[in-house]
Ligand binder design. Structure first.
Ligand code: UT7
Length: 325
């Protein structure tokens, strides 16, 4: 029996940060942001909101939609680079809040690829019968790690969470191929050096903004396109499908130009490639599950459809998953 995604859910803050708002904060323009990224607005958590709150609501919606009780979940994998705190894991905090008393809770730190890392981890556990139901959540409050004096990062990132319940599925449904990869040699293309055991948390690290995300966006751009297109082709080749068989491609929402370049390399028509970057910006590990839930809610993905998901993020990390719903 294959492992499949049984249901999805998502949530995000009410607060909206528009390009016009950013024009008042840094030297930028709506025109530059729209042309170079496709982003028009992003969701932004308030001071007193934090990652697990969005994760919990997304998870509860996914569970409700599956008709599965929290007690039936045996593992919760939370993909996040912006946890509530360093200990305990956000997975454990989600477990407490939703009452998943029979689950192990843990976090995966794989930046924007985290959701596909989580999917890949639980897939084999379900397929081999080790567990029955898993919850994979991608949740981020990136705006608290963004330096609002750095125009190259602050215009991109947004907050939100998406969740999926996975379990055994029958017939030719479920995850047909999934793969995750990383290359740590690119560590300094997207990183946040402060707050860990190397630099610690000191007055100096805070004064120097070492806890904020730093990104060499231009260099990452090429690696992102190459990695997502490459692993997508690999997932299709492995299963013997072509892009014509795929109903919808859901790429990580990093930049509309990256999405367009991946689509062009895969030779997929625009209408088959989902994009919500204009409304959400880049929500890192939350971007694929939010997009997936939107597609399902809007009827763009229905039972029987073949869906290709591909992600890329800091690390660098990347992944691809081909699934039949
Ligand atoms: O989530 C997964 C990991 N992240 C990514 O994959 C991100 C990938 N990279 C990107 O999305 C793009 O590289 C960015 C959107 C970050 C930047 O776009 P770009 O077209 O690569 O711009 P650039 O970094 O080459 O900068 C071009 C110019 C520079 O000015 P000069 O040096 O040519 O005078 C920047 O200083 O644009 C300037 N610039 C801005 N101007 C107005 C950079 N950010 C801004 C801004 N507003 N917000």
């Amino acid at each position: 029996m294959n492992a499949g995604i049984i249901s999805t859910g998502h949530d995000y803050p009410e607060g909206i940060l528009t390009n016009a708002d950013l024009e008042k904060i840094v030297e930028t323009s709506d025109d530059w942001i729209t042309t170079r990224t496709g982003i028009k607005q992003r969701r932004k958590a308030s001071e007193d909101e934090y990652t697990s709150q969005f994760a919990v609501r997304a998870a509860q919606r996914a569970l409700e939609s599956a008709g599965i009780s929290p007690e039936e979940i045996e593992i919760i994998v939370c993909a996040t680079t912006t946890p509530d705190q360093i200990l305990p894991s956000t997975g454990c905090l989600i477990q407490k809040e939703i009452g998943a008393v029979n689950a192990a809770g843990m976090d995966v730190f794989a930046a924007c690829s985290g959701f596909l890392y989580g999917i890949t981890m639980v897939e084999s556990m379900i397929r081999t019968g080790q567990i029955r139901y898993a919850l994979v959540v991608g949740a981020e409050v990136l705006t608290k790690y963004v330096d609002y004096t750095d125009r190259s990062t602050c215009v991109i990132f947004g907050d939100g969470a998406g969740a999926a319940v996975l379990g055994p599925v029958e017939g030719d449904k479920g995850i047909l191929a999934t793969k995750i990869m990383s290359d740590g040699r690119y560590e300094e293309q997207l990183y946040a050096p402060g707050g860990g055991t190397k630099l610690g948390t000191t007055h100096d690290t805070i004064d120097n903004g070492e806890h904020f995300f730093k990104m060499k966006g231009n260099e990452l751009f090429k690696v992102a396109v190459r990695s997502m297109a490459g692993i997508s082709k690999e997932m299709l080749a492995k299963t013997g499908y072509t892009v014509d068989d795929v109903k919808m491609v859901i790429p990580h929402q990093a930049n509309q130009r990256i999405t367009d370049a991946v689509a062009s390399r895969l030779k997929v028509p625009e209408e088959k490639v989902y994009s919500n970057i204009a409304e959400h910006g880049n929500t890192s590990s939350a971007s694929i599950p939010i997009a997936l839930d939107e597609c399902i809610q809007e009827g763009k993905i229905v039972e029987g459809d073949l869906v290709l998901m591909t992600a890329f993020g800091g690390g660098v990390t990347w992944g691809g998953t081909l699934i039949r719903f």
